[in-house]
Design a protein around this ligand. Structure first.
Ligand code: C2E
Ligand code: CA
Ligand code: CA
Length: 734
């Protein structure tokens, strides 16, 4: 079934279109020496004329030329029917992504970057000439097969019809019978004849050879026994319909051999009718097209994959991207496109030769394929540039982890052909939908980011959106430093006094965490606490705070400065953690601290996230004997119903209402209603963030019980707070 390719006298006929004489000569010499028949055109007009005079098998087309440029030449070529199938490879400057996007859109199949690399030119020319030849051969093959089936069917139908006529008229024609018999016996195509009920009445030797059944084994059996698996009902219906209407059907089926193997077959069925139109027989002619299918698969693979590395090429990558983007839209996720480029790859090529360069690319391709998660796509679009398509959530955790894994993995030394090769890579990242919707746009933007990554010193990744870059770098820096912060003793607890407004006495303090890091300096808790939650570090940090506070309370007691009640902030992650209640209990016991000396502050937002669970957790804390304050009150939407059920001692009016309480009527109204609500529910009220005497007096006059703020004192480190306790100063008398 294979077509003899010896009609091609050379390795292929290539037309090179290039206006720079030196490049034209270089390419011509290279390809001629490699066995190609080379034709040349120094400009676009001549290229069109030359190609039309006799279609070449491959065109290498320079983009930048005076007169008609390469894009326009390609566009015109694709309008000429005889030249539509001729593959065009563009010659362009390195890394010109816009060129690539335009070139592929115009029907170009590939790119070769300048300066030219011998191996790459030969590999690509060879791949595309072979692909072109295989496609041509396949088309011819298919036409040939279909014609053969049509001829055979017509022959048989004619023979059978005349036979039937002869029989009916009892005028047997010996010659015709003999002829039909000969066709039936000698043809290479399987022939099966059935009765009107589609039971087999005859089968020829070719059928036995293909299927493995003898004629005796199948005669009398329904013809569907030859079919493999489930018969596609839609196909079957069109077959029946076509046979009824036109007396003929042809198409591909999956058949089964006697040994159980399945194989694809090209089937052609005709019905033979008598003079009144009643079906007498069906004649099925079919061929085993397994081999042809295998060729088709190879061609499909070649046209969707990069010849050097076997990775998906741009065509397939674009499909995969569309697929990922649709899934991401459905799940509220993002798709990240990473463009990866090997740093100083050219110098590897120059020092060790293109053979080592090619092997390096293959090793990198394999590494990338093994490093990505299942479902991610790695592609190569030429040169030393790879793309990776990743579906991820909006936090981009998987994308960042992958970029880091790749940078780390490629930084190791590779041994290629006995040569130690040091590699590093740079990665540019663009995110859909924020940086674009289409694959081409994202690749372009990721390329821009890649450029920036290289500029800032290689062996890096960079995002297209600079803001994202800075944000993520920041977050990562905090994450990196936060892990060892406890061990390095970088945390400290500060204490801010909480005042009784009736007596002017300091009732207690709020414990506020401080972090001073060697690299990042002082990082405010509003910044690192949420990240500690995100990275699962909050429990350890929260436990450290509780431990430190209890130790401090004990120390004050032992030093005889007095008993101080300290409120510790409990974040959502800690509150949800099952071990927290037990930890609080154990720590109190460890330092011999009375539960009444400890308070817990928990925000309204945390509690209202899952109020039923919160009621249960708060009750457990309450049972230990610690008091509970509801922090940031007024910023969430606590329902009164729940508020009644929560075992809360204190409502804390949020600083945002205190700020303008003396000037803004709304804020004043909210502060007042919190005060009366708390008193109705038998809770106390504390106002936080009190900075002025006016605020203090306003709230005091309206029944607020306690206060805290810079007006009285900033949060103080342990020793400074101890000194304040010793003074026993009335902070109201300032
Ligand atoms: P928060 O619980 O609402 O704490 C009150 C914040 O207001 C503190 O900021 C405090 O220093 C500040 N503040 C107090 N009085 C005044 C004032 O008069 N004027 C102004 N402008 N600010 C005042 P800080 O220490 O930066 O803490 C911020 C947040 O970080 C806290 O808000 C709390 O949610 C969280 N946090 C602090 N320490 C811890 C901790 O140990 N554990 C947990 N889970 N969260 C903590
Ligand atoms: Ca607080
Ligand atoms: Ca607060």
């Amino acid at each position: 079934m294979h077509r003899d390719l010896s009609e091609y006298h050379t390795k292929g006929e290539v037309l090179i279109v290039e206006d720079t004489p030196a490049s034209l000569k270089l390419l011509s010499d290279l390809l001629t020496e490699a066995g190609y028949y080379v034709r040349q055109a120094p400009n676009g007009e001549l290229a069109l004329w030359t190609a039309q005079s006799r279609p070449p098998e491959l065109i290498l087309l320079d983009i930048r030329m005076p007169g008609i440029d390469g894009f326009e030449v390609c566009r015109r070529l694709k309008e000429i029917p005889e030249l539509q199938q001729v593959p065009v490879i563009f010659l362009s400057a390195q890394h010109d992504t816009d060129d690539k996007v335009r070139g592929f859109a115009l029907g170009g199949v590939d790119f070769i970057a300048k300066p030219f690399q011998t191996e790459e030119i030969l590999a690509r020319a060879d791949a595309h000439v072979r692909l072109g030849r295989a496609q041509k051969a396949l088309a011819a093959e298919r036409a040939h097969l279909e014609q053969r089936v049509a001829e055979r069917t017509a022959e048989l139908a004619a023979t059978a019809q005349s036979l039937e006529l002869e029989v009916r008229q009892r005028r047997a024609n010996e010659e015709l019978l003999r002829l039909a018999g000969q066709v039936f016996e000698a043809t290479l195509d399987a022939i099966v004849i059935t009765d009107p009920a589609t039971n087999i009445v005859a089968a020829n030797p070719a059928f036995s050879k293909i299927s493995g059944y003898t004629a005796q084994e199948v005669i009398g059996q329904p013809v569907v026994m030859l079919h493999a698996g489930q018969v596609n009902t839609a196909t079957y219906a069109t077959m029946v319909q076509s046979l009824q209407n036109g007396g003929h059907w042809s198409g591909e089926i999956l058949a089964r051999r006697k040994n159980g193997d399945t194989y694809p077959g090209l089937l052609s069925v005709s019905s033979v009718r008598d003079a009144d139109g009643h079906v007498l027989n069906h004649i099925a002619v079919f061929m085993d097209i397994t081999e042809r299918k295998a060729e088709q698969h190879l061609i499909d693979f070649l046209s969707n994959h990069d010849a050097l590395t076997g990775l998906p090429n741009r065509l397939l990558a674009r499909q995969r991207f569309e697929h990922a983007a649709a899934a991401a839209r459905r799940d509220g996720q993002c798709v990240a496109v990473l463009c990866l480029d090997l740093d100083r790859f050219k110098s590897i090529n120059d020092s060790y030769g293109p053979h080592v360069g090619d092997k390096t690319l293959q090793v990198v391709a394999r590494f990338l394929s093994e490093t990505v998660r299942e479902g991610d796509t790695v592609t190569r679009q030429g040169g030393d540039e790879f793309q990776i398509i990743v579906q991820d959530d909006v936090q981009l955790g998987a994308t960042l982890a992958l970029a880091q894994r790749i940078l780390d993995g490629l930084r190791r030394e590779l041994i290629i052909d006995g040569q130690p090769i040091s590699l590093t890579s740079s990665i540019g990242i663009a995110i859909s939908p924020s940086d674009g919707d289409s694959f081409d746009e994202l690749v372009r933007n990721a390329d821009t980011a890649l450029f920036r990554a290289k500029e800032t010193g290689r062996d890096h990744y960079a995002f297209f959106t600079e803001r994202m870059d800075a944000e993520i770098r920041d977050k990562l820096a905090i994450q990196g430093q936060l892990r060892g912060a406890i061990a390095r003793g970088e945390f400290e607890v500060h204490y801010q006094p909480q005042m009784c407004l009736r007596t002017g006495v300091m009732l207690g303090a709020e414990a506020l965490l401080r972090w001073d890091n060697a690299v990042l300096g002082k990082v405010p808790p509003n910044r690192f606490i949420p990240l500690a939650e995100e990275y699962g570090l909050i429990t350890a940090i929260g436990e450290w705070v509780l431990d430190t506070v209890c130790a401090q309370i004990r120390a004050w007691h032992d030093a005889g400065v007095g008993d101080m009640k300290v409120a510790v902030n409990l974040s959502g992650g800690q509150f949800a953690h099952d071990g927290t209640v037990a930890f609080v209990e154990n720590t109190l016991r460890k330092y011999g601290v009375a539960p009444a000396s400890l308070g817990i502050e928990i925000t309204e937002g945390t509690v209202m996230g899952d109020p039923d669970k919160a009621v249960a957790a708060l009750k457990k804390l309450k049972n230990i004997g610690v008091s509970i304050s509801l922090d940031d009150f007024g910023t969430g939407y606590s329902s009164l119903g729940y508020l009644k059920r929560f075992p809360i001692d204190v409502l804390k009016i949020d600083k945002s209402f205190v700020d303008d309480v003396t000037t803004n009527a709304n804020d004043a109204a909210i502060a007042l209603s919190v005060i009366s609500l708390a008193h109705n529910l038998n809770m106390r009220v504390i106002a936080e963030g009190v900075e002025t005497r006016a605020q203090m007096e306003f709230l005091a006059q309206r029944g607020c019980d306690e206060m805290q703020g810079y007006y009285f004192s900033r949060p103080l480190a342990g020793p400074a707070f101890t000194a304040l306790m010793r003074e026993r100063r009335n902070l109201l008398e300032l």
